[in-house]
Design a protein around this ligand. Sequence first.
Ligand SMILES: Nc1ncnc2c1ncn2[C@@H]1O[C@H](COP(=O)(O)OP(=O)(O)OP(=O)(O)O)[C@@H](O)[C@H]1O
Ligand SMILES: [Mg+2]
Length: 468
Amino acid sequence: MNRPGYSLTAQLGALFAIVAVIVFSAVGFYLYRALAVQLQERDEAELVERVLQVRHLLAETPDAGSIQREPHRFLDAVDVSHGFFLVIQTPGGQVLAQNTAERGFTFPGGAVAADATPSTRDTRHTVAADGGALQELTAMGRVGSSGDVVRISVARTAHERQEVLRAYRLKVWIAAIAGAMLTAATGYLLAHRGLARVRALAAQAQEVTAHNLDKRLDADAAPAELRLLADSFNRVLDRLQNSFNKLSQFADDLAHDLRTPLNNLMVQTEVVFSQPRDIEEYQNLLSSNHEEFGRLARMVESMLFLARADHDQVALSTERLSAAEELGTVAEYFEGLASDAGVSLKIEASGEVWADAHLLRRAVSNLVANAVRYTPPGCAIVLAAAGSGAGTAISVTNSGPGIDPLHLPRVFDRYYRSDQSRSSQSSSAGLGLAIVKSIVALHGGHASVTSELNGTTRFALFFPGPAM
Ligand SMILES: Nc1ncnc2c1ncn2[C@@H]1O[C@H](COP(=O)(O)OP(=O)(O)OP(=O)(O)O)[C@@H](O)[C@H]1O
Ligand SMILES: [Mg+2]
């Protein structure tokens, strides 16, 4: 019944019709059977009554000969017009009175004794001479005080009963068909009405486009069964809107961030080209351009990395690593830069960390690069690692200007830089911490930050241990 493409309303209408036909037919059949049984019982009771009536008349009759002389007294007692047949015979088979001369019928089996009272159970089925079905009762009867015994046979055609039943059967069929059609039509209309709210929801959903992603379905007005669907749809829209906004923001930022270095390249190249230069000036231009290209390449690489991480396309080769060794490698790499900035790097690490070596170094490097930039000369940057049962926490702590608590929740966002001076010549793209967050997330861990203005800033990365 749930084949695709079939109208739910039509299916419900058809179901209603089938159920109605079954119910009406079952009820009709039951009533028909009950009526048939009742009519049969009525016929049997009437046969018994007629036999008793004839016996009563016989009691008032002097002898068997009187029956033959006045048959109408008896024949009138059974109402021929209602299809009753009567035959009174001597035990020898001589007919004394009968109203069935032209039709006749057979008498199967014996007769109820003259002293016994006949009951409906003594009635039998038989056939008339013309083949019609009959219900028949035969009993002996005593004639007055003469001591004569006669045989009374009363029968009734089933014709009238069958007529009643046939008419009834027809009515049942008509009622079943009419009822089914009526129920199907009502079912269809009700389903159509009930589904109006589904159509309303669909119309609301159709209004949602890329330009009005803030539109939501009216879940409260939806029927209870559809509220879940409407809520889920709204949540999908929430997520879509969120992603869509991020994507738009990403495209804006991307355009903005690429425009500045590209403009720089254009402008400085045009300036150099504006008049003839000597070799050294061209060399300077190329080297400056080379630096700018390097920045662009790094930026594009970072974006690509984030895009791949978003789509789980970064292959992880996790292994057990010595935390102190890994932090040492990063510190060694930053030694030159740190000493230029007049800051020192300290390692306080023990234990192991379960991570991809390359990505772990990349994450810690991004933190150390930031720290070196913001730590005032003479201060130290601490690279620490501490293991617990669940995993290892790696942190990079430095003192410096700190991050405004207002900005703190957003530092891990892409392109987020607390100075916000996008047009600045600074080489930062605001992707470093976003990459850190992605790397930790790829490992199933999480990154956090605490910072005080003009105090200590601490970034902590938690790497979970190997899954059991
Ligand atoms: N140790 C720190 N002390 C103070 N501010 C910090 C520190 N680390 C990060 N920040 C702030 O967080 C911002 C985001 O850092 P993030 O590393 O994501 O970007 P970036 O360093 O500006 O650029 P990129 O790392 O892509 O070159 C920084 O611009 C800076 O304002
Ligand atoms: Mg950075």
